[in-house]
Design a protein around this ligand. Structure first.
Ligand code: PMV
Length: 349
């Protein structure tokens, strides 16, 4: 018997949204109420590494290890990703009978994050993007990153954006089947290579309310959410794309900060309220404001996802000014404990 092991490995970076995805119009397909936009960080820093293997020597069912701990692959999200990838492979096998029948073999997936999992550092984004990419490579699929983003989206919404590098939009789409709800390149990393992201790990603990549960309650109970999705975000998407295309950091920063605050306001407006920010997060906001005041212009922008960790965007030319002012101000603030700063260089996927 053929006991060969077929294997492919890949990495996918984290992406940090500057226009936030929060709210699903279709929870089963992970279709969002509003479009979103993010910066994909570099492969060299926050990322998931995934190896996908399949072999007639493996037993069913498929398995996944994350940082060496077994994870369920029987969630509807994971099953949807595996089903879509197998269907594409099966199409190739039907067209070319000389190809090994990998689509029917059990999968062994092994992933490792080099950063805290589920602490609001977009671990699910990198995780599902790496899973989809690794299996697509294993199966020698010819789909483009944008086409693969449709599959990753079903695993975790924000994952669709991690299939592309640089500045990436996720268009909400209008189709009921979700085929137009996918990632789109706004600009490659090289268009604005001087963008930097400083990540302040305020807490590496798991977040209290998962994004899926939080979004559902927000959609059901927040009145702010309706205005945000219908009026606020569409306007900001246009402003943000324009700011990126024209490398206008002031506008990029202003929209980023107001967006983060708008998202966290809808969380507070949720019943029961959701608190992702803590005192250290608020100290980071104040420190960014003081940094910008001292500089006399906007040189830094904060944003927070579903957790207390701050991501600070700035440009390379302002690195000294940001690090010299922001970090000492932040250290003086009460409640500032353990710091783990990562300076990252957003790069291509
Ligand atoms: O992809 P999810 O289900 O983990 O949701 C992510 C939501 C935010 O990170 C808060 C915003 C975003 O657009 O990434």
């Amino acid at each position: 018997a053929d006991l060969k092991i077929y294997r492919a490995s890949t990495t996918a970076p984290v992406n940090i949204a500057v226009i936030k995805y929060w709210g699903k119009r279709d929870p089963a397909l992970n279709l969002p109420t509003n479009s979103s936009l993010s910066v994909t960080l570099s492969q060299s820093d926050l990322r998931t590494h995934t190896t996908a293997s399949c072999s007639p020597a493996f037993d069913h069912p498929d398995t996944l290890l994350l940082n060496n701990a077994p994870q369920s692959l029987s969630t509807p999200r994971s099953l949807a990703c595996l089903r879509s990838l197998r269907a594409l492979r099966s199409g190739l096998e039907d067209a070319d009978p000389s190809l090994p029948k990998l689509s029917t073999l059990p999968l062994r997936l092994a992933s490792a994050n080099n950063f805290p999992t589920a602490a609001g550092l977009a671990s699910s984004a990198a995780g599902f993007a790496a899973l989809v990419r690794a299996i697509a490579d294993l199966y020698a699929l010819r789909q483009s990153p944008t086409e693969l983003s449709l599959i990753a989206r079903q695993g975790s919404g924000s994952a669709c954006r991690s299939l592309l590098g640089g500045y990436v939009a996720w268009d909400h789409g209008t189709r009921a089947d979700g085929l137009d709800s996918r990632a789109r390149l706004v600009a490659p990393k090289a268009h604005w290579p001087d963008m930097r992201a400083l990540i302040l790990v305020v807490s590496a603990a798991k977040k209290g309310v998962s994004s899926t549960a939080g979004m559902q309650t927000t959609v059901q109970t927040s009145s702010l959410f309706q205005t945000r999705a219908k009026e606020v975000v569409p306007k900001r998407m246009a402003e943000m794309e324009h700011a990126i295309l024209s490398k206008d950091f002031e506008t990029f920063a202003k929209v980023t900060m107001r967006e983060s605050n708008s998202f966290h306001a809808t969380c507070l407006d949720t019943d029961p309220p959701i608190f992702y920010l803590n005192d250290v997060s608020r100290a980071a906001i104040k420190a960014v404001e003081e940094t910008n005041d001292k500089a006399g212009r906007t040189i830094a922008a904060y944003t927070f996802d579903a957790g207390p960790n701050a991501v600070i965007y700035y440009q390379k030319a302002d690195e000294d000014a940001v690090l010299k002012t922001f970090l000492p101000i932040l250290r003086q603030k009460e409640g500032w404990g353990e710091t783990d700063t990562k300076i990252d260089d957003p790069g291509p996927a």
